[in-house]
Design a protein around this ligand. Structure first.
Ligand SMILES: *[C@@H]1O[C@H](CO)[C@@H](O)[C@H](O)[C@H]1NC(C)=O
Ligand SMILES: *[C@@H]1O[C@H](CO)[C@@H](O)[C@H](O)[C@H]1NC(C)=O
Ligand SMILES: *[C@@H]1O[C@H](CO)[C@@H](O)[C@H](O)[C@H]1NC(C)=O
Length: 303
């Protein structure tokens, strides 16, 4: 009898420990929103389909299927949302509430639109209406094959620019393929055959730090990143400008107000306007004209 009650007490103690452990674990509430977002605290917030609909996508990229465009029929809303479903549980478009989510989508598209535009000054609808005009580089000027022991070029494969944030060079296809678990080193052409994959690749780039202990473009945009003393000294501060620093480094940043930088900003603001947020909410540190590159020269993954 005495023995049994000792066991019983022991069990009660164990149960108590277990339930404390359990409580600690689910203190962070997670939510399920079906196929689009599940198993994450970010899914408790509004998801992208809650605030970004087909008509808005059509509005942002209104000229992409014009007869003179170069990827007619390729890009569509469904591919974007299907790709986003992979990253929404990690916070893409789901961090910090609806307005931040919409701004992040506009920022992401600002890069994508600028990099895939075929709009020029006199284009109908204006130069900013032509995002997603391309899905690959039209006349590659070189082979984009560099010696790389880890990601050697596959004979016959070509590593010219492809995708929504164009990927160039064998080593960049190699790193990206590893990140997405798709054999892009042997099949770089997948990026111009599959719009979901192309969007996914661009989101991977947006969401993934290029080096350990560095922030991703997502992090610096949504406010997950605190600049160090060095960062502040070199004018790297949270905001849209820093996303350009991470994605293009000194190809775009630290050179004053050059066209390539202004063009990306213009797309971002154009999308903010069209989405009904308005460019007055572009945020602080919009440009990177004075910023030193976080990873100086060359090996930024989308160049
Ligand atoms: C969800 O949105 C609210 C604002 O509506 C925000 O305060 C909160 O941080 C968001 N949750 C996450 C995980 O970002
Ligand atoms: C396109 O890419 C997506 C994402 O990687 C994949 O799930 C899908 O099966 C691909 N579609 C085709 C036709 O290969
Ligand atoms: C700060 O920058 C200086 C000069 O660029 C460098 O030597 C130093 O290692 C940096 N410190 C940190 C903490 O990154």
């Amino acid at each position: 009898m005495g023995r049994l009650s000792v066991v019983a007490v022991a069990m009660v103690v164990l149960l108590a420990v277990a339930s404390v452990g359990g409580k600690k674990k689910d203190k962070e509430k997670v939510c399920d929103k079906g196929w689009e977002c599940s198993g994450s605290k970010y899914c408790c917030n509004e998801t992208i389909t809650d605030y970004f609909q087909v008509y808005q996508f059509e509005n942002l990229f209104s000229k992409r299927n014009a007869p003179v465009a170069h990827a007619v029929g390729f890009w569509d809303y469904q591919s974007f949302i299907t790709a986003a479903a992979v990253y929404e549980p990690l916070g893409f478009g789901t961090t910090g509430g609806k307005q931040m989510g919409m701004k992040e989508v506009a920022a992401f598209f600002g890069h994508v639109g600028s990099k895939t535009s075929c709009g020029y000054g006199v284009a109908t609808g204006g130069p900013l209406a032509w995002g997603l005009c391309y899905n690959h580089e039209m006349s590659p000027s070189q082979s984009y094959c560099a010696d790389d022991y880890k990601y050697p070029c596959t004979p016959g494969a070509e590593y010219y620019g492809r995708g929504a944030l164009p990927v160039y060079w064998n080593y960049n296809y190699g790193v990206l393929g590893e990140g997405l678990k798709v054999d892009l080193l042997n099949h770089p052409e997948y990026l111009e055959q599959n719009a979901t994959l192309a969007f996914q690749a661009a989101m991977w780039r947006w969401m993934t730090p290029m080096k350990k202990k560095q922030p991703s473009a997502h992090d610096v945009f949504v406010g997950n990143w605190k600049p160090s003393k060095n960062d502040t000294l070199e004018k790297r501060l949270p905001g849209f400008g820093m996303t350009m620093n991470i994605l293009y480094a000194d190809l775009v940043c630290g050179q004053g107000f050059i066209d390539s930088m202004n063009n990306i900003i213009s797309h971002y603001q154009y999308y903010l306007d069209l989405m009904g947020i308005g460019r007055e909410f572009s945020g602080d540190n919009l440009d990177c004209a004075e910023q030193k590159a976080l990873n100086p020269s060359g090996k930024s993954a989308s160049s």
